[in-house]
Design a protein around this ligand. Structure first.
Ligand code: FAD
Length: 402
């Protein structure tokens, strides 16, 4: 994207964010899918942010996605996450789908006619991404897909889903295929509702999908999901989700500063005390550190990272873990700083308790524990200890023993 395009994109994102901020507390209170906000994402072209220009999209990269997701995160975390997860799926289609599927789907996404949902979590299997028990079943013209999905963000509003399946009943559970399912050709049953502590507007309902699948619908080919996940779905997801969480924490911080700058709202101790200044500095430090790490990970992704490099995956997993922890801790500290009336109370004027509840979901949204277990194993493989931000392991090799 040119510099001018980026400037126009920033203006569009800011104006949409102002609309999303205005109804964020309503969306949260009613646990209501933000239809109007998603309508604005559709008609503004934002759903096509990552769709290449040749298909009518905005042709943005992951850096643009991160910028926009941060801005939306500061307005309405649920809307921002619906957007981020949609874009994560778009990145997968744009990079790994065959030409027939790309030609069929990308123009629709660019025109705002296709919101994508993600089905990876499986009932009974938790959040284990690279393993699925439900198999694709052979059919005369291809396959039949039948999948129970307990948590699907925007599941009722999505126009199509990307679904992970075991490649065949006789294949092991870790032989996984990613299928594109058009809602119009699928039988979709909504099985459970969504009533949670936070992220209430994502309407991440349970659904059961039955659909025919053709060869063209297999993204990355039969059994190709491992590569799709490592190359695109996981890294883009971690970048986009982290941007949403950082944006949410920054939005909350902006509210805190507005209170502290307003003599009519703040208490005397809140600005006068060194403790208050110290706490404010700590929060700002956390946000800056997270922002710098996010940018380093964007750069690593955009420089064409090697998906077989263990260090690259360690950095990407670290980002998700760090962002979920730092953003939540920062908002938690903001609640302490402003106290009961301005921080902890549940009123339309104080977004902190809503944002804190939203951010509580971040460590669960693909369990941090699973990522830390994976990173422990990857750390044993990355003998050179290539730390984040290092181009090569040359300097690290000086300190390797054994
Ligand atoms: C807001 C939100 C939106 C979501 N949207 C979607 C969506 O659109 N599509 C989708 O498919 N899913 C979605 N999910 C589901 C999400 O990706 C996770 O799969 C899900 O939250 C995990 O649920 P869990 O905590 O019950 O399961 P688990 O991941 O199974 O975790 C349960 C517990 O077991 C522990 N645990 C289990 N196995 C291990 C292990 N091997 N190593 C270490 N610890 C382990 C965990 O630490 C945790 O304490 C969403 C979740 C949230 C919160």
């Amino acid at each position: 994207m040119s510099r001018m395009d980026r400037e126009r994109l920033a203006e569009l994102a800011a104006s949409l964010a102002a609309e999303f901020a205005a109804n964020a507390s309503l969306v949260d209170d009613a646990a209501q899918f933000p239809q109007d906000n998603v309508g604005r994402l559709r008609d503004s072209g934002m759903l096509g942010l990552l769709v290449p220009a040749e298909y009518g999209g905005l042709g943005g990269g992951v850096d643009a996605l991160v910028d926009v997701a941060k801005v939306f995160g500061g307005a309405c975390t649920s809307t921002a996450m619906i957007f981020a997860m949609h874009c994560q799926q778009v990145a997968v289609v744009a990079k790994h789908a065959g030409p027939a599927l790309r030609d069929r789907v990308l123009p629709d996404i660019a025109a705002g006619r296709c919101l994508l949902g993600s089905i990876t979590t499986e009932a009974g299997n938790g959040g284990q991404l690279l393993s699925v028990s439900s198999p694709l079943l052979s059919d005369v013209e291809g396959w039949l897909l039948e999948r129970d999905a307990p948590v699907v963000t925007g599941g009722m509003a999505a126009d199509a889903y990307l679904v992970t399946m075991r490649t065949a009943a006789e294949r092991p559970a870790n032989d996984v295929t990613l299928a594109f399912v058009d809602r119009s050709s699928a039988d979709v049953e909504f099985r459970s509702g969504w009533s949670t502590m936070g992220m209430r507007g994502t309407e991440s309902v349970g659904i059961k999908v039955k659909a025919p699948v053709r060869t063209d619908d297999l993204i990355g080919g039969a059994g190709g999901f491992g590569t799709v996940a490592r190359t695109t779905m996981i890294p883009v997801g971690h970048l986009a989700w982290s941007a949403v969480w950082l944006g949410a924490a920054r939005g909350a911080f902006s509210y805190v500063l507005s209170v502290l700058r307003d003599p009519g709202r703040r208490s005397r101790d809140q600005v006068a005390s060194d403790l208050s200044a110290h706490n404010l500095a700590r929060i700002r430090l956390s946000l800056d550190v997270l922002s710098a790490y996010l940018q380093t990970c964007v750069d690593e992704f955009q420089s064409g990272a090697d998906p077989s490099d263990a260090a690259y995956h360690i950095h990407s997993n670290n980002l998700k873990v760090l962002a979920s922890e730092i953003s939540y801790d920062a908002v938690n500290q903001m609640v302490s700083l402003l106290g009961l009336r301005l921080g902890y109370a549940r009123t339309a004027q104080t977004p902190l308790e809503r944002v804190l509840r939203d951010l509580r979901a971040a460590s669960l949204m693909y369990a941090n524990d699973r990522l830390l277990v994976a990173n422990g194993k990857l750390a044993l493989i990355d003998r050179a200890i290539r730390l984040s931000g290092e181009q090569s392991a040359v300097s690290a090799s000086l300190i390797v023993h054994g």
